[in-house]
Design a protein around this ligand. Structure first.
Ligand SMILES: Cc1cc2nc3c(=O)[nH]c(=O)nc-3n(C[C@H](O)[C@H](O)[C@H](O)COP(=O)(O)OP(=O)(O)OC[C@H]3O[C@@H](n4cnc5c(N)ncnc54)[C@H](O)[C@@H]3O)c2cc1C
Length: 387
């Protein structure tokens, strides 16, 4: 994208995704499923069949041959109906991008076609109990045993392991056990022997679940390694920028959903002479939310355009800024939507307060607000580091 005007194709994609998401909207479909803790399988399957989940994957492997811009557009429109798919952030965005850039031909044949139509799902595991924000501290280790690899370590907060066919695990080789992270990435099938996954008890009303993983000497064939075993951080960033952009898209869509609900209610609800939306105390905060969401979206689009043009470094700053802005704008929009609904905002009828936990994810994952501020302070402003 070299201008701010979307092509007819992109507009058509937005409209088509929005149409699907309206059928699978938050109040009628997502919320009942989320309350039961069930994944959005029907929506996932239909979105997959329509080609929405693999728009960024190369046509050679059954994808749409477009970019992260288009995948973000899909996620934003799904989320704008409250039907964002968390695993889109992980499966086609992170794993699809990394395998697409660094995978062998055999890995691409085996995985990309399935990720493109959604028939295969891949989770992504980097976070560890003693290395949350500090991924340089991860200790999951891969050691050679003949041709094979043996993986040992613990991961936490891994989304969607129950739905996934495999997990892309970030480890480090024995040769690089300490010091600056040289990530080695492995495709670990979820039915691998000695891989133990346990659901975490989260307190978020959401259809997807987080898991702890214990890799208790999981044996993998040589071809489980993606790319080089000490490929420096670039290989990981091929996936982490799309993750931030897609996380932004989810937050922006969620914010749009909340804002739309608020505006609708503010036009209808009348307790004095005119609808509550006529009071500036209600109208102005909603207008501010609209501005902040649109600004976050612009930064997300910039990040996606930079990433798709191959400028990973430039994309990193924009993707971080977009994720920060989107997380903040979406939380604010949801909070203001609740306020606009008065007591109704806390009832089950509107589902607004049920979304609070899910909206807060945007401030914490995949990278927290504070770590983004650190990034901007150090990389954009050249300030010294305290940690
Ligand atoms: C719903 C959900 C889904 C997730 N899914 C996945 C997944 O699929 N795969 C995966 O690998 N991970 C996943 N995560 C993990 C997520 O990426 C981490 O939670 C996140 O990176 C923060 O790490 P932490 O929770 O360990 O927090 P910590 O690193 O312990 O940080 C705690 C607090 O301290 C702050 N802090 C830490 N260091 C600094 C510093 N130097 N300066 C200032 N403040 C600092 C943080 O910003 C944060 O506010 C998920 C998390 C959630 C909540």
């Amino acid at each position: 994208m070299s201008s701010f005007i979307e092509t007819e194709e992109q507009k058509d994609l937005r409209a088509a995704v929005s149409k699907l998401a309206t059928r699978f909207n938050y109040v009628d479909y997502v919320l009942p499923k989320a309350r039961k803790g069930e994944p959005l399988t029907e929506l996932w399957n239909e979105a997959g069949k329509l080609g929405f989940l693999g728009v960024n994957i190369s046509e050679e492997y059954g994808g749409g041959g477009a970019g992260i811009y288009e995948l973000a557009l899909v996620q934003e429109e799904l989320s704008a109906q409250g039907a964002g798919l968390l695993l889109v952030v992980v499966s086609p965005a992170i794993c699809g991008s990394i395998i697409g850039k660094y995978g062998t031909e055999a890995q691409k044949q085996e995985w990309l076609t399935g990720l493109a139509d959604g028939s295969k799902i891949m989770a992504f595991a980097i976070t560890e109990p003693d290395a949350g924000s500090n991924s340089h501290q991860i200790t999951t280790t891969a050691r050679r045993d003949g041709e094979d690899w043996i993986l040992r370590g613990n991961k936490v907060f891994i989304s969607g392991v129950d739905q996934a066919d495999a997990v892309l695990v970030v480890a480090r080789t024995e040769d690089h056990k300490t010091g600056k992270l040289k990530p080695a990435l492995f495709i670990v099938p979820t039915d691998s022997e000695n891989l133990v996954s346990t659901p975490m008890e989260m307190d978020i009303v959401e259809p997807d679940h987080q898991f702890t993983l214990f890799l208790d000497d999981v044996r993998l064939p040589a071809d489980a390694l993606v790319g080089s075993e000490d490929a420096a951080l670039m290989q990981l960033f091929a996936g982490l920028n799309p993750e931030r952009i897609l996380g932004s898209a989810m937050a922006i869509g969620m914010g749009r959903w909340a804002l739309e609900a608020a505006a609708k209610y503010a036009k209808e609800r009348t307790v004095w002479k005119s609808p509550i939306g006529a009071h500036q105390g209600i109208a102005h905060p909603l207008a501010q939310c609209k501005i902040e969401l649109d600004l976050a979206k612009l930064m997300m689009q910039k990040a996606a355009a930079l990433y798709d043009s191959g400028d990973d470094f430039g994309a990193a700053e924009a993707a971080n800024m977009a994720k920060y802005a989107a997380g903040e704008a979406s939380i604010k929009a949801l909070d203001q939507a609740i306020q606009t609904h008065g007591g109704g905002g806390l009832t089950k009828e509107y589902g607004l307060s049920a979304m609070l936990g899910a909206a807060r994810i945007g401030r914490i994952a995949p990278v927290s607000r504070e770590m983004i501020l650190n990034f901007v302070a150090q990389h954009s402003l050249g300030l010294p580091k305290s940690y």
